[in-house]
Design a protein around this ligand. Structure first.
Ligand code: SAM
Length: 341
């Protein structure tokens, strides 16, 4: 998650999609190693916390967007759930397919988070770890996450954030300025990496702002929980069940797929105090298909066809987790530390 920043420096914070994808292609091989070093071991803990928040179960269909090399997907797939690992970097996907070849329930798909090649209401849960910050239009991605999530389904976002305590922010700033450059030199082939990393984290909105984006996309029950004193935050929300009723009531959904997001947005507005202003998925009118009861088995037309599933061993035994992040949206003065800290 940290190595991502190689090849893009301060001047490149506009994050053009092609440039971001090319950057990840370049760092794909060493990505996981650099991650482990720069996070000083915390990356594993953050993944465990994220998987617990998603709570994947055997038989569920989970979308892990910006999955990169699939390390986050593997953690989710250990439950027995079917995990679609989406990413727009062919290089990251190639490494991921090799690395996760032993997990037959991980399916890598080349996909842009802002124009997902999936049907409405297709996934029981959608998650993204250390990816949303790199998406050029993050709110457009959230609107897409909402569209493809089943009514009643959940969204979980793990991303760098802003430590709420001043002293911790100061310490983290020192780490970024003085320690990380050295670690980057040791762990990565491109020591420009930390420039983009630090800047992109500074530019990224804080916990409350991201929570407001999730609500604006239509999600309800939005909560976040700080990990490692707020260096990372775990957000989650639920697509309201009312979205299913609204979709069923909208007669134009089948005939005019583009109407579906509008219907969902309306339902979300009714279900939440704050109106949703989610932009519907731009150019890709996915076939309207209410799949609230069972996971979709057929993939809709995609920009690129989904690659073949890796052949391999059987999925690991089911290990559903029940733990959930419970920190309310308004964090206490002293953030509750977590299993991941
Ligand atoms: C820091 S990596 C995170 C990988 C993985 N989730 C993890 O936690 O290790 C960020 C990933 O986001 C992907 N990404 C960035 N923008 C994207 C977009 N618009 N659509 C799909 N993937 C994107 C990059 O290709 C990269 O693999």
């Amino acid at each position: 998650m940290l190595d991502t920043l190689e090849y893009v420096t301060k001047a490149d914070l506009s994050k053009r999609p092609a440039q971001v994808a090319a950057m990840f292609d370049e760092v794909a091989e060493g990505y996981d190693r650099t991650n482990a070093v720069l996070s000083m071991g915390n990356a594993t803990l953050w993944r465990v916390a994220t998987t617990k928040a998603v709570g994947p179960k055997r038989g569920e269909r989970i979308l892990d967007m910006a999955a990169g090399t699939g390390t986050s997907s593997a953690s989710l797939a250990a439950s027995g759930a079917h995990v679609v690992a989406g990413d727009f970097s062919p290089g990251m996907i190639e490494v991921g397919r090799k690395r996760q070849a032993h997990m037959s329930n991980i399916e890598f798909v080349e996909a842009d988070a802002t124009a997902l090649p999936f049907a409405d209401n297709e996934f029981d849960a959608v998650t993204i770890s250390f990816g949303l910050r790199n998406v050029v239009e993050p709110e457009k991605a959230l609107a897409e996450f909402y569209r493809v999530t089943k009514p009643g389904g959940r969204v979980v976002i793990c991303e760098f954030s802003t430590p709420p305590v001043g002293f911790v922010r100061w310490g983290y700033g020192c780490y970024q300025r003085y320690v990380m450059p050295t670690l980057v030199k040791l762990a990565s082939t491109n020591d420009a990496a930390y420039d983009y990393l630090n800047e992109s984290i500074r530019e990224w909105p804080d916990q409350r702002t991201l929570a407001s984006w999730l609500r604006r996309a239509g999600f309800t029950g939005v909560e976040f929980r700080n990990l490692t004193l707020g260096v990372v935050a775990l957000h989650r929300g639920v697509k309201p069940l009312a979205a299913a009723d609204a979709a069923q009531e909208a007669p134009a959904v089948e005939a005019v797929p583009a109407a579906a997001p509008a219907a969902e947005t309306k339902a979300a507005e009714q279900a939440t105090a704050k109106p949703a202003a989610a932009k519907p998925a731009a150019a890709k009118p996915a076939p309207a298909k209410a799949t609230a009861a069972k996971p979709a088995a057929v993939k809709p037309a995609a920009a690129k066809p989904a690659p073949a599933k890796p052949a391999a061993a059987k999925p690991a035994p089911a290990k559903p987790s029940t733990a959930k992040p419970r920190t309310p949206e308004t964090p206490p003065a002293s953030p509750p530390e977590t299993a991941a800290s």
